[in-house]
Design a protein around this ligand. Structure first.
Ligand SMILES: [Zn+2]
Length: 132
C-alpha cells in the first residue's frame, strides 16, 4: 500500500521523510530536516525530535511533555512558507512554516520561523521564533 508522506511533499512516505527519520538518509537541506521533524511530531517520535535538535538547546526536560502533547493532537498538515539559505552548501538556514493541528476540536497552527544549522555535518533545529 502506498502512503503519501505527511510532510505534504506528495512523495511516498518511505521515499521521503521516513528515510531521514530512520537514519537511512541525511537531510540535505534545512527544509528537508524541517519536513522530517514535522512527520516525527505526527508520530510523537520524540527520540528523533531530540536527535534532530541542536545538542546545546535540546529540550530534554520537556521530552515527556512533547511526546504526550504531540500524540494528543490531530496533525493536519504542513505548509512551508519561505526558506532562507539552508541549502546544501550553507551552514545555517531559516525555514518559515505553518504546522496545522486540531486540539480540543479546534484547528490551530504553529507559525514559526525556525533556525537550523549544521552540527557534525548534519542539519539540526536550533530555535524558533513564533509569528502570528
Ligand atoms: Zn516527507
Amino acid at each position: 500500500m502506498q502512503t503519501l508522506c505527511r510532510c505534504g511533499s506528495k512523495k511516498e512516505s518511505k521515499e521521503c521523510c521516513e528515510l531521514i527519520i530512520r537514519g537511512t538518509k541525511e537531510a540535505k537541506t534545512a527544509e528537508e530536516l524541517m519536513r522530517s521533524r514535522y512527520v516525527a511530531f505526527t508520530q510523537a517520535n520524540v527520540d528523533y525530535l531530540m536527535l534532530s535538535h541542536f545538542s546545546k538547546t535540546r529540550p530534554l526536560k520537556d521530552r515527556a511533555f512533547i511526546k504526550k502533547w504531540a500524540a494528543s493532537v490531530i496533525w493536519s498538515g504542513l505548509q512551508i512558507i519561505k526558506t532562507k539559505e539552508g541549502r546544501e552548501q550553507d551552514e545555517t538556514g531559516f525555514v518559515e512554516f505553518k504546522a496545522l493541528y486540531i486540539e480540543d476540536g479546534k484547528l490551530q497552527h504553529i507559525h514559526e520561523n525556525s533556525f537550523f544549522k549544521l552540527e557534525n555535518s548534519k542539519w539540526v533545529y536550533v530555535s524558533g521564533e513564533f509569528l502570528t
